[in-house]
Design a protein around this ligand. Sequence first.
Ligand SMILES: [Zn+2]
Length: 498
Amino acid sequence: MSLALVYSRALAGMAAPPVEVEAHLAPGLPAFNIVGLPDTEVKESRDRVRAAIIQSGFDFPKKKITVNLAPADLPKESGRFDLPIAIGILAASSQIATDTLDQYELAGELALSGHIRPIRGAVAMAWQGAQAGRSFILPEENAAQAALLNTATVYGADTLAAVAAHFNRITPLATAEAAADSGEEEHGPLPDLAEVKGQHSARLALEIAAAGGHSLLFIGPPGTGKSMLAQRLPGILPPLDEAEMISVWALRSLLPTHQQRFSRQRPYRSPHHSASAVALVGGGSDPRPGEISLAHQGVLFLDELPEFDRKVLEVLREPLESGEIHISRAARQASFPARFQLVAAMNPCPCGYLGHPTRACRCTPEAVARYRDKISGPLLDRIDLTVEVPPLPAAQLQAAEAGESSAVVAARVAAARARQYARQNKLNAALNSLELDHSAAITAEAKQVLAETLEKLSLSARSYHRILRVARTVADLAADDAVTRQHVLRAIGLRRAL
Ligand SMILES: [Zn+2]
């Protein structure tokens, strides 16, 4: 055989489109050309593949070698194609058996020694490639991650020689075991709500947010436990289900190898306010997921919200509505899922002590107004719950009993979520206005209270639906079928006007 075909996959955002690697040997002056990779990467790939083949004890054919990667217009990080290119050359030169080659997809970067180095996107690749019905041969480190999915047969290999021995049926590769640390928790055990003393309204708001999937803003001076509360949201949310976990892991696999963590906990991300737009929403010349996608199916906590660049915050509007982020950069477009729950926190004023019982605020009214104006109206409009986290006097804090534990709250949250899925197959926060009017079952009395409040506070129609969604969740937590006046009043109370 002088022509061989090997299957692999590229990475384009979350997608892992198929790539065919053809290797052709022709008589003539020895040469080695690769078509379909950017010129700058061709030389490096050629050098790695040639050295790895020789170091693995094979002959590097003294022929005119042409390798073609198709289709040509896909983004291709060259490293991941080293292994399929080398296997293609070995197959085309009859150094390995080719009868089972079409049952596999391969990816891996080769070291000059013939060792196989890890690649990005292994979980995304195995997830999407599983439908093609092929097995995967991946670098050892990545194979254990891809095997977490249970959707595909994955073999791990650490050298080119081991892959060749597999095809030649000398020593078959072992099927990869799911990474043993898959259950390893990212931040240790989740912190418990029992550790938060007092702060009744803030705890209630957190529970409602968890139950209905609502976004939440905490306002209060430094040191009142805003971050502490936010960190406890993942612990009262239900555990990730299988489908959610796969998408979370597929996203993680797109990060540089040393940053990849595979945990069964709901993601919790808290980027600093100095984070760039690219760090927050993703991007780069070879687009990578940003913080909002790493928070997919979990919690995105933005502390000191007004300190974030306003332009950066504006970008959050799209994913908050659609659960996705589209990045276009030059010729490349990429989409990443970003269905996160937003929790934000801010001080009441630049110095932080406005309204504090014992410390004086030194801010002018103009400075306070400027500070609050930094959060754009449209973003604020997408926050369902706004709640104050006041400082508690030391005596009161000491007297306060430990709050309910996360497990107790999580049980109520799970019951309320089950009611929502049974009724409308989604969380209340995800209902559009039409669906909401259908599902809310609001009593006439409650409707009247809501209408009066809207008029008094001159709120928009959007606010009407925001409040109604929260009221629906309050009713679900109480296991009530109808949204009553009491539920509406509670929802209004948790929407402090800024
Ligand atoms: Zn102040």
